[in-house]
Write a protein that binds this ligand. Structure first.
Ligand code: FES
Ligand SMILES: [Fe+2]
Length: 337
C-alpha cells in the first residue's frame, strides 16, 4: 500500500514536549518523544509497544543522563536510546542487551510546525513524495506562521482535500466570509497535472472577507498546489494590490477510510491580526465546512477504484476531477472508493 510509504503529519510539534505522547497512524500506535541534544532537538517516533512485555512506552518517561536522552519503559524500567536500542535493564544491570532488544523505530521529521512520520521506506523512488510536502513560505522568516488544529473529522481525508480545492462552495457554506451567493460564479483557472501532483493557477473568486483583517470585498486570485494526496497549499492574493498575502496549507492525517485529523498551517505577510485572531478565523471557517463535509455520502471519495463513479460533475468541478485522477494514478486506497 503506497500510503505506508508516504510522510504523514501525526501531531503538532508544540504538543511533543518533555513527556512521551501517544498517537496513531494508519493503525500503527506510536509513541513520540523529544530528545534535546546540544546540536538541536529531535523528535522520535517509535511503535508504542515495549519489545520486552508489550507495555505502552508512551506511559514511560524521558530520562536525561550522561549517555544522552533515553526513553524509560513504565513497566520494568528498560531504557532505550535514540536509535531504539535497549541499553539498560535495571533488574539485570550487568547484562548487555543484544541488538534484538530494541524498540521499533520509524522515520520522523519536523516540518511546518508538525511532526511527520513515514511507516515504511519507499520500495522505489516516489519522486517528490519521498519528502515531506513543501510549503516554502512557512519556512521563510518574512512570513508569520500559525498552526491551527487539530480538527478531527468524520470523513475521509480525500473528501476534505476536495473541499479545500473547491471555490464554488464559498457563496453558500461561507456566505459573508469567503463568498456571497450573488457572486457565486468562479473562474477555476488552469489545472496543471503532473507526476508530482497538481497545480491550479489563476483561479479567482469574489470574497467579502478574504482574510481575518479584511474590511471590504475583493476578487481574490488563488493558486493551489497539491504535492501529496492528503496535503494541499493555497496562496491567495488580492488582485487590486492589497498588501496582504496569505497562504494556507491543509495537512491531513488519514485515520482510516472515514475519519481524519487535519491541521491548517497559515502563513501571512502584512496581516495585522494577532495569532489568536487568525486561529479564530480558521476555526470559524472550518466550523462552516464541517457539517456539510461530514454529511457527504459516501464518506470515501469516488474515484472509480471499486465501482464506477456515480457522482455527476459541473464545469466548475475541473479541479476536483483532476484531484480524483491524481489519487487514481497513485492508487490511493485509503478514503477512496
Ligand atoms: S514491558 Fe517494558 S520493560 Fe518490561
Ligand atoms: Fe470551505
Amino acid at each position: 500500500m503506497i500510503e505506508q510509504q508516504l510522510w504523514h503529519p501525526v501531531i503538532a510539534s508544540h504538543e511533543v514536549r518533555e513527556a512521551p505522547v501517544a498517537c496513531a497512524l494508519l493503525g500503527q500506535s506510536l509513541v513520540l518523544w523529544r530528545e534535546s541534544a546540544h546540536d538541536g532537538d529531535r523528535v522520535h517516533a517509535w511503535a508504542d509497544q515495549c519489545p520486552h512485555r508489550g507495555a505502552q512506552l508512551s506511559l514511560g518517561r524521558v530520562l536525561i543522563g550522561v549517555h544522552g536522552a533515553r526513553l524509560e519503559c513504565p513497566y520494568h524500567g528498560w531504557q532505550f536510546g535514540h536509535a531504539g536500542q535497549c541499553h539498560h535493564i535495571p533488574a539485570a544491570p550487568d547484562f548487555t542487551p543484544p541488538a534484538t532488544h530494541a524498540a521499533t523505530v520509524f522515520e520522523a521529521r519536523e516540518r511546518h510546525g508538525l511532526v511527520w512520520v513515514r511507516l515504511q521506506a519507499p520500495r522505489s523512488t516516489l519522486g517528490a513524495l519521498d519528502a515531506v510536502p513543501a510549503f516554502a513560505v512557512a519556512e521563510d522568516t518574512a512570513w508569520r506562521r500559525v498552526v491551527c488544529g487539530p480538527y478531527a473529522l468524520d470523513t475521509s481525508a480525500p473528501r476534505l482535500v476536495e473541499n479545500f480545492l473547491d471555490l464554488s462552495h464559498f457563496g453558500f457554506v461561507h456566505e459573508g466570509w469567503l463568498g456571497e451567493r450573488c457572486h457565486a460564479q468562479v473562474d477555476t483557472g488552469q489545472v496543471e497535472e503532473g507526476d508530482d501532483g497538481l497545480a491550479v493557477v489563476n483561479a479567482r473568486a469574489w470574497q467579502p472577507r478574504a482574510y481575518a483583517g479584511a474590511d471590504e470585498g475583493a476578487w481574490i486570485r488563488y493558486r493551489y498546489d497539491v504535492p501529496h494526496p492528503f496535503s494541499a497549499v493555497l496562496r491567495k492574493d488580492a488582485t487590486a494590490g492589497d498588501p496582504v498575502s496569505n497562504a494556507i496549507a491543509l495537512f491531513i492525517r488519514p485515520d482510516g477510510d472515514t475519519a481524519c485529523t487535519a491541521w491548517f498551517v497559515m502563513a501571512t505577510q502584512g496581516d495585522t491580526s494577532t495569532d489568536l485572531e487568525l486561529v479564530d478565523f480558521q476555526d470559524t471557517v472550518f466550523a462552516q465546512d464541517r457539517p456539510v463535509v461530514e454529511s457527504q455520502r459516501p464518506r470515501t471519495l469516488p474515484i472509480g477504484r471499486l465501482a464506477p463513479v456515480t457522482e455527476v460533475h459541473g464545469p466548475a468541478d475541473r479541479v476536483s476531477s483532476a484531484y480524483r485522477r491524481y489519487l487514481k494514478r497513485l492508487d490511493i486506497s485509503i478514503g477512496t472508493c
